[in-house]
Design a binder for this molecule. Structure first.
Ligand SMILES: Cc1cc2nc3c(=O)[nH]c(=O)nc-3n(C[C@H](O)[C@H](O)[C@H](O)COP(=O)(O)OP(=O)(O)OC[C@H]3O[C@@H](n4cnc5c(N)ncnc54)[C@H](O)[C@@H]3O)c2cc1C
Length: 424
């Protein structure tokens, strides 16, 4: 009954009469579900426009019909819902992307690739001002699952074509990566794990292989190999520049019609009730006005829960402090692949002749409530956490012992409970 009333309200909208052909199409589609309601609606669609109660009864009949099993009923409802969304759902903007980090910019770009260009990206400060600006920019295709690899590979291919598409370089350097396992902490088991990992990744198409220690020495002479028991060399990917990437992605999307508004924080999101008693976004409020839309992509990373709390939803995300240091020049480092020492919990990439040494903190510091306004914000480096890992990487690349540290970077990064992305 309630659903019927909602449909009634929608159908009494004058826009409907102008779209009878679309309604016919709906009924044709509904007919496929073969429920009583669908058949009734199909044969009396004209009545429907002037006799709304008929629809209410029809919907009720569908619930009672033996043909309308729970699954069919659900399908039917979903069909109507999405169709009516198609009919009336489009607000003034098809999709509002909130957040101008790499995920927001990438969303805008990929929507434009799909032909969805009535879009707007709202960034509270400047593009990349959240976590993205200080990302170390490591880019490897070695994933842990097919989906993971597919996302990484798609990203790599996007980075490869971005400069040609946009004229802006994403700073992609395909110097590859090496993953190192050692017996340092008694984790020799990694050797088999690496072999399985490489086999799996190669099946998916990743350009990677297990290499010997002497091959590693040829590739990366600075590495101490004395306790290394397995090495994976990934020839594709390497590192990229987040600022150039975001600039390129948004520039291309804007050329297709998308809009980007900086210094425009989202302050509220309003919803309306849907046909099925759920809620649908109707308005996005900002410091510069209100945008009507029915779709929001929340790409605010560590600030994600500020956005979802506007609609009463909590995301399973936790932010931690994550950091790296930039060293003074290191002789012989230029052009080396990105090195990930999984037992030492550290990575190293060449940035010019400097080293960026990053840490996979085994005991990272959680951020309970990130400051709402924290553009280009950084934290102090806690050497109690980073010192021991830094010592490990010095053992791996002994030349680092005499190299000074130019700067430290510790920023917020948000994680899902399973560390990897949440898909689906
Ligand atoms: C030190 C460090 C090194 C890293 N290194 C790597 C690496 O080498 N490789 C890798 O793949 N990943 C790395 N990461 C992780 C990577 O940087 C992040 O996963 C990624 O940048 C997150 O992007 P995002 O778009 O989700 O979020 P963000 O970049 O945080 O973007 C969110 C945006 O939302 C905006 N915003 C917030 N609230 C609002 C609002 N109300 N209205 C409008 N806008 C709002 C913010 O201003 C911000 O610009 C690293 C992270 C850190 C901290």
């Amino acid at each position: 009954m309630y659903l019927g009333l909602k449909v009634l309200q929608e159908l009494q909208d004058s826009r409907v009469t102008a779209r009878k052909s679309e309604l016919q199409d709906l009924f044709q589609r509904c007919h496929n579900f073969m429920s009583v309601a669908c058949c009734e609606i199909k044969k009396s669609w004209k009545d429907l426009l002037c006799e709304p109660w008929y629809h209410v009864e029809a919907r009720y009949a569908a619930r009672q019909s033996p043909a309308a099993s729970a699954g069919e009923d659900h399908q039917f409802s979903a069909g109507i819902s999405s169709y009516l969304h198609h009919l009336y759902g489009s607000g003034e903007v098809d999709v509002v992307v909130v957040g101008g980090g790499v995920l927001g910019c990438s969303s805008l770009y990929h929507l434009a690739k799909l032909g969805v260009t009535n879009t707007i990206l709202l960034e509270a400060h400047e593009l990349t001002a959240g976590t993205t600006w200080h990302t170390a920019g490591l880019m490897s295709t070695m994933g842990r699952s097919e989906t993971d690899y597919s996302l990484r590979n798609t990203t790599l291919n996007m980075l490869r074509r971005l400069e040609e598409e946009t004229g802006v370089s994403p700073g992609l350097i395909e110097n590859g990566s090496v993953y190192i396992s050692s017996t340092r902490k008694g984790q020799a088991v990694r050797k088999d794990e690496f072999a399985r990992w490489v086999t799996f990744m190669r099946v998916l198409g990743c350009e990677c292989e297990l290499i010997t220690l002497s091959q590693l020495k040829d590739l990366y002479p600075l590495v101490d190999t004395s306790d290394i028991n397995a090495v994976v060399h990934v020839r594709e990917g390497g590192q990229m520049d987040p600022a150039g990437t975001c600039e390129g992605l948004t520039r291309w999307a804007m050329k297709q019609g998308a809009r980007v508004v900086k210094c425009c924080p989202v302050t509220d999101i309003r919803t309306t009730e849907t046909l099925l008693g759920g809620r649908r976004v109707s308005e996005v409020h900002t410091n510069q006005g209100v945008i009507k839309t029915n779709a929001v992509i929340n790409a605010t990373g560590s600030w994600g829960n500020y956005i979802t709390s506007m609609v009463g939803v909590t995301l399973p995300l936790q932010s931690f402090r994550h950091g790296y240091v930039v060293t003074e020049g290191v002789e012989g480092l230029l052009g080396m692949p990105v090195l990930r020492d999984l037992v030492s919990s550290a990575y190293l990439k060449a940035q010019g002749d400097s080293a960026v040494i990053g840490y996979f903190e085994p005991n990272p510091e959680p951020i309970d409530q990130i400051r709402r306004n924290f553009p280009f914000g950084l934290y102090e480096m806690n050497w109690d956490i980073y010192g021991p890992i830094h010592e490990q990487i010095i053992q791996r690349i002994p030349i680092l012992e005499n190299v000074g540290i130019k700067s430290t970077i510790v920023g917020p990064e948000s994680f899902t409970p399973r560390w990897s992305g949440n898909y689906g």
